[in-house]
Design a binder for this molecule. Sequence first.
Ligand SMILES: Nc1ncnc2c1ncn2[C@@H]1O[C@H](COP(=O)(O)OP(=O)(O)OP(=O)(O)O)[C@@H](O)[C@H]1O
Ligand SMILES: [Mg+2]
Length: 501
Amino acid sequence: MAPATPQTHVELRGVTKRFGGTVALDRVDLAVRAGTVHALVGENGAGKSTAGKILAGVLTPDAGQVVLHGAETVFRSPRAALDRGITMVAQELSLVPSRSVLENVFLGIESRRGPFVRGGAERFAELVAECGIEADPDATVGRMPVAEQQNVEILRALARRAELIVMDEPTARLTSEQAVALRRTVRSLAERGVTVVYVSHFLDEVLAVADDVTILRDGRAIRSGPAAAETRRSLIEGIVGRAIEAAFPPRRPRELPAPVVLRVQGLSRAGSFEEVGFDVRAGEIVTLAGLVGSGRSEVLRCIFGRDRATAGSMTLAGEPHAPRSPRRAIRDGVAMVPESRKADGLLPRRSVRENVTLPHLGRFVAPGGFVRTGGERAAAGRVTEAVGLTGATIASAMAELSGGNQQKSLFARWLVGRPRLFLADEPTRGVDVGAKRGIYDVLAGLAGEGMAVLVVSSELEEVLGLAHRILVMRGGRLVGELDGAEATRTEVMELAFGAAA
Ligand SMILES: Nc1ncnc2c1ncn2[C@@H]1O[C@H](COP(=O)(O)OP(=O)(O)OP(=O)(O)O)[C@@H](O)[C@H]1O
Ligand SMILES: [Mg+2]
């Protein structure tokens, strides 16, 4: 076997990984140079996480080798990989919610290197100073926003003195400002000689942060090379295997005057938002833009009955709407895809079909009490096809799906009930470029069928590309409304930040 070039940190050589009938990786060759940021890109299910997990000892290959610093290596566990300086920040957060930040950061290290309690605070302060990621060491992780939990994950990897960190979609749940900060951290890690394998669906981010890029498609490495030789367009073509037309479906004209489906008047929730008022009409897509913390998600939660408003009122199709629980809201025809998919009770061991129809089983029960599986299947088929999941996937257990496909399943679940108001909070987080378009098509299709659609999004492209109308929130108040077809990035940003900021 030819020796690796001195600068190669780790390699996959002819690595194949199967899960039952699925070939997740098919004879993949991949060379990661030391002290560089190496991005892995590809559609949902392309094999990115699997490749990352093999590098980090979470999975072992069925065939082929992992070559570390030129020597063939077998990692039998993540701990074994960590002992050789490799760790992973996983796609789904894996912190202990009831413990403090400090405990989470040093969790699992104390057993090797003595109790973390002593000197823990100083070590934490050092770490924070070194990498510039802020976090309150005493905060309870489970009570922190997702973005901050993400930072704790990264601190934890750094605390392990890792020489190579696999980051699986580290910015999927971050705001654009936080993502910029994270990219800076990643670059400074690389400058200090740490190697980063970086999985992301954000192609602009990949182009900005990566030295090298490998494109995976259907488990194969399509090509590897310097990021500087790629463009957004060349990456997309490599990822989907063809040129993609438009990123967004054409905006269907609304049939005005359409009936108002949701009316929100003077709605307030103490501490979250104040005096918010707007309408969403049948057939309309309205996006709620603004910075994280501006109150957008909180407004959605009230409409969905997850929180109670402290003042103001709402109507749904003309009827008073003050849901005391999501169950009530659902019964009244409201659906919501929430921000965090893990929190949403997907059953990992059940099939996609079951996960999608489970909350709606009542619909498929015949008078004798039997579940009409035909009807259930048909409904599952309709909604999964609508979000772009294919036959084999529908029969698979949820846990076997790639992260993006899990997201699509969640989306499908809510379509079973044929709601009249569809709420979505960051609906395309973690979804690949091709599938994003699929979800936009779904949203446009729902509006086309007369549903009212209200979407919270932090991605400006999405806010602008999708909406008939854009509502912008800042500091808990609605500060402006723009026409979706005419608004510019600058206009949205000025409203979100406060003009002349
Ligand atoms: N534990 C598992 N059991 C069965 N199949 C699996 C398992 N893990 C992954 N797969 C399958 O292997 C393939 C690759 O999955 P992987 O998670 O690596 O994709 P990915 O590129 O990370 O996708 P995403 O962008 O959606 O996160 C998919 O078809 C997935 O369904
Ligand atoms: Mg993945």
